[in-house]
Design a protein around this ligand. Structure first.
Ligand SMILES: CC(C)(COP(=O)(O)OP(=O)(O)OC[C@H]1O[C@@H](n2cnc3c(N)ncnc32)[C@H](O)[C@@H]1OP(=O)(O)O)[C@@H](O)C(=O)NCCC(=O)NCCS
Length: 412
């Protein structure tokens, strides 16, 4: 089957997670992605290794379907080869600290002069402008500074990071959108452009509804929050309360273990069937819960009543019973639950990969499904696995030239 980005070539100078997450999606959409690595490789190859002498799962899970070419960009010969490769690519992606590309002699002015059609995708912690422009960033720093940490956790906990990598992979997805738009614009104009995503901006974007609530603070407390205190100057932490227009919460189920919870969203039309199941006609007619406003005003007592029944069933039973009543809900699925989940397998979201060096391992699959673009997930490349082939086929170097570069330490 054809792939959506067939014929598009990407020079991938990314490392760690944010950049590689974007280029892996480009590869899964069918682009040829050539990852340029320093002689010691992307630092994540060596981080949290699960077996000696193999690349880490961290690296493997973010670099599938790519080629690996080792070029020492700090040598002038290496930098020149990289520029030659960039001239033959459509997109170059990088997520180095501010100033690194310029120090390597690969800043936008140089790239654009060498190849006016090249699209440059950059991820920075805070972007290339503004007071924070020179700062480095990692996931949790982006979550802290983008507002996510301050609104995550319970009323009685401190600020809390999310396990979802909204700063790294979340920014990668934003960059992908920009790169695809730039490719489309280039198809009309022939011109490349810079696409920049700051991790702080992406996290703010993903916290958009909290900015809705921030502005509502001016007109009074937020009744949907568990502690709708007066005089707040910032949006509080909602715990597992929905903090949205519809009531919602995670209720405990049998046997009361760490992940024995079911999340229930209470649409207005769901109240009567839920109430009848939980407490019969008496609860369904109870004046404290007779309207959405009344339920909101008494929601702490409401969730306690619901939990007194959900604790008699395990989360799967409860899920089946309530979905049978037309109530929107979902069990809290642990990583262990997800590995066994038939829906996850059906959707190709847990893909097992045979790998001669690492053995069999599994990756999270491609979350963007195109009906006419196949995604055969292939293992991540070994360090420098494609150096010779790419220099020969793309840069047009012959074997003596490649050997010469190797002897000079410009490539491995
Ligand atoms: C993630 C981050 C904090 C890591 O910082 P770091 O480990 O100090 O790495 P840097 O990006 O500063 O620098 C990489 C170095 O490797 C060098 N390098 C990279 N590829 C190279 C290659 N192929 N050959 C030779 N050197 C190479 C760079 O030249 C740079 O060296 P320099 O500082 O002497 O110029 C930083 O890259 C950053 O803030 N990136 C933008 C935000 C981001 O993506 N963060 C998310 C990470 S998941």
């Amino acid at each position: 089957m054809e792939t959506a980005l067939h014929g598009i070539r990407v020079l991938d100078l990314t490392h760690v997670q944010a950049g590689p997450s974007a280029t892996q999606l480009l590869a899964w959409l069918g682009a040829q992605v050539i990852k340029i690595e320093p002689p010691e490789g992307d630092v994540t190859r060596r981080q949290l290794r699960h077996a000696e002498d193999t690349d880490s799962l961290y690296f493997a899970m973010l670099n599938c379907n790519k080629q690996s070419v080792v070029i020492d960009l700090k040598t002038s010969a290496g930098r020149d080869v990289a520029l030659e490769l960039a001239k033959r690519c459509d997109i170059l992606v990088e997520n180095f600290a501010p100033g690194v590309m310029e120090r390597l002699g690969l800043g936008w002015d140089t790239l654009h002069a060498a190849h006016p059609g090249l699209i440059l995708g950059s991820i920075k912690g805070f972007g290339s402008t503004g007071p924070y422009r020179d700062l480095k960033a990692y996931e949790n720093i982006a979550q802290a500074m983008g507002g996510a940490m301050s609104v995550t956790g319970g009323p009685d906990t401190g600020p809390t990071v999310s396990g979802a990598q909204v700063g790294d992979s979340g920014t990668g997805v934003h960059l992908l959108a920009g790169l695809l738009a730039a490719l489309y614009q280039r198809s009309r104009t022939g011109k490349g452009q810079r696409v920049e995503c700051a991790m702080m901006d992406a996290v703010m974007n993903l916290c958009r509804v909290k900015w809705r609530d921030h502005q509502r603070l001016a007109t009074g407390p937020l009744p949907e929050y568990p502690t709708p205190a007066e005089d707040l100057t910032a949006v509080p932490r909602a715990g597992n309360y929905s903090g949205g227009a519809l009531l919602g919460n995670a209720v405990r189920c049998k046997p009361g273990g760490q992940n024995d919870y079911l999340y229930i969203v209470l649409q207005d039309a769901s109240w009567e069937p839920l109430a009848r199941f939980i407490g019969g006609e008496e609860l369904a007619r109870h004046p404290d819960y007779a309207s959405p406003q009344a339920r909101r005003a008494h929601q702490q007592a409401l969730w306690t009543t619901i939990e007194s029944v959900t604790l008699r069933h395990d989360k799967s039973e409860m899920f089946a019973i309530l979905t049978g009543l037309g109530i929107a809900c979902g069990p809290v699925l642990s990583t262990g639950d997800l590995v066994r989940d038939s829906h996850v397998r059906h959707r190709d979201m847990y893909v097992e990969i045979d790998d001669p060096e690492r053995g069999r391992w599994a990756n999270v699959g491609m979350p963007i499904k195109l009906s006419d673009s196949a995604v055969p997930v292939r293992r991540a490349p070994y360090l420098g696995e494609h150096t010779d082939a790419v220099l020969r086929d793309l840069a047009g170097l012959d074997d003596p030239e490649i050997q010469d570069l190797r002897a000079r330490g410009a490539i491995r």
